[in-house]
Design a protein around this ligand. Sequence first.
Ligand SMILES: Cc1ncc(COP(=O)(O)O)c(C=O)c1O
Length: 388
Amino acid sequence: MSHSKIYLSPPHMTGNEQKYIKEAFDSNWIAPVGRNIDLFEQDIAHYVGAKGAVAVSSGTAAIHLALSLLGVQKGDTVFCSSLTFVASANPILYQSAEPVLIDSEPETWNMSPQALERALLDAKNEGKLPKAIIVVHLYGQPAKMDEIMNMSEAYGVPVIEDAAESLGSTYGRQMTGSIGKFGVFSFNGNKIITTSGGGALVSDDLEALDRARFLATQARDPAIHYQHSQLGFNYRLSNILAGIGRAQMEVIEERVQKRKEVFSIYKRALSDYVYFQCNNQSEKSLCRENRWLTAFTFVESEEPLEIIEHLREENIEARPIWKPLHLQPLFEKYKYYSHSASENVSEEIFRSGLCLPSGSNLSKEDQGEVINALLKNLRKESFIEEIV
Ligand SMILES: Cc1ncc(COP(=O)(O)O)c(C=O)c1O
């Protein structure tokens, strides 16, 4: 094996990060306040087309703040996509509220509008509508927002978009994260851009964002002495890390284009053997997917965990699809709505799916290695097109 380890989605620095970190050092704003934070927030808000953004220490913190702003508390319910990383739903438990988990639909793998509708109808009949709906744009694929937003309006339940994985994806003319009441982004090390760790909350409701800043800085009352009347958090992003974020935002469009190129090479090589997430929708609809991770299920019955192990032996990092939350010991006691009486779409995707290395710094040679290693596992001929 000639290549060094091929990671799933490693950080991709531009070189400019150190310039903005140096600015923080030169001005001695080594703190969760400063110019890098102000400018990073402006960059994010401007890019996604929201009126404002609050930079925080993680995407999870941003979801927690959104729930706090919506007044979620003990006894409330919050609906959430089931096919997602655990961080989408953990903040519901932080607030001592109850999650209700919603299955996926087969096309985008995101929240099933028909399952959501049944859940909302039941909740209405029980006289207890949820306080919020957390919709995830999984692996950068926009959810069916028209249908979901129509229901949000009809039932008067606000939507929080968990766009942790979908910065740069659009739904119609809108960026994901700017459609619901609140949008959440993550800048964790494996995301399309990174601050090493960090997140953002975006919204058009500037008053709510001011309150988010207040809650994220220990909810300190406007008094000279340290006075607190409400429970707050220590959730602001460091001015040093925001410097990394400023440089990363300068290249976000390049990063999206590169991930899409990675996807289209996989598509050319593997289309006969796999069903890609949103196999057919992308050309038909007005969505632009950032293709943060290329994800698919196999056409023939395969064992994804065995394939991942074989790829690992070849120094290639592949990952299973997120295990649906309703199958997690932490969440299995909560209500779950399947796509239909006979279809558990998220379970099927989990059992038969895989994510391949998709970094924006993945070389064509390394991508060729990944493709050939996978084809070897599938007992198919190697990929010999002119990409390597
Ligand atoms: C769908 C989803 N939601 C939330 C998060 C949480 O983001 P963070 O790791 O920045 O807390 C992540 C990523 O880690 C994620 O993939």
